[in-house]
Design a binder for this molecule. Structure first.
Ligand SMILES: [Zn+2]
Length: 255
């Protein structure tokens, strides 16, 4: 109970930080300085206006200075991160392996949340997240439970290579760019965290989800042309990878 509460609080704090990352990283602004401000009026937030979830509720979704609405995305990202951290928490005996593998799970969730929302907003996946995530993933892969370092690195190269070739082929055949470079690099990140299971799950689930959502949007918009550039692929990859992550976590918990 105490541990779960601490994990949820930790998830809320990380979620709050991810809001800053999602907002500032694509604009090439520092995620550390300056302190958070209202996007409408620029007034700096007091610490008690910056408490995850609670402040949003107390302020009833409005800036304390200018009264402009605060996007519901902020509390959503905080809640989502806390929920995923809690759901993936494995209460194992404390040791280096257990600690680092839990760290890897939470790091991947944080990367996934940031990448999904940044891709939704800007149609990009910043290298800081894909390549930076890959580097930390590779450095900690030795302590991963299931697969071990060689298997994860091979999966990473395979995922990257498969998407790279697919993108080349797609562009040759259709004359349009299909997958973005960010998607291709992110596949490498998924591989180094989640191995071949993660690659497989991401490809399968993202292609199904991408098709379903694509058809739905085309039906609504009645314009296929607009749609091709309109759908970011990153969020679907994240969903696919997280399905594999939770599948793995559920197997780890049972001894
Ligand atoms: Zn304001």
């Amino acid at each position: 109970m105490l541990k779960s509460t601490l994990v949820i609080l930790f998830g809320l704090i990380i979620g709050s930080f991810l809001n800053v990352v999602i907002h500032r990283l694509p604009l090439d602004q520092s995620v550390v300085k300056p302190a958070s401000r209202c996007p409408s009026c620029g007034t700096g937030l007091k610490w008690f206006h910056n408490v995850p979830l609670v402040s949003y509720l107390l302020l009833r979704g409005k800036c304390a200075a200018c009264g402009n609405p605060i996007s519901w995305r902020y509390p959503l990202v905080e809640f989502l991160t806390a929920f995923l951290f809690w759901a993936s928490f494995r209460d194992l005996p404390f040791g280096v392996f257990e600690f680092i593998s839990q760290f890897r799970i939470w790091l991947f969730i944080a990367l996934g949340v940031a990448i999904a929302f940044i891709d939704l907003d800007h149609r990009i996946i910043p290298d800081e997240l894909s390549l930076g995530g890959w580097l930390i993933g590779a450095l900690t892969a030795y302590w991963d439970y299931r697969a071990g370092l060689p298997s994860l690195l091979i999966a990473s190269v395979a995922g990257f290579g498969f998407f790279f070739l697919f993108a080349l082929l797609y562009e040759k055949v259709t004359g349009r760019a299909g997958l973005g470079g960010g998607d291709i690099k992110f596949m490498g990140t998924i591989g180094v965290f989640l191995g071949f299971g993660g690659i497989w799950s991401s490809i399968m689930i993202s292609s199904v989800l991408g098709s379903v959502v694509g058809i739905a949007i085309a039906k609504l918009n009645r314009s296929e042309q607009a749609l091709r550039t309109a759908i970011p692929y990153g969020p679907f990859l994240v969903v696919g990878a997280l399905v594999e992550l939770f599948f793995e976590v559920s197997r780890w918990i049972i001894p």
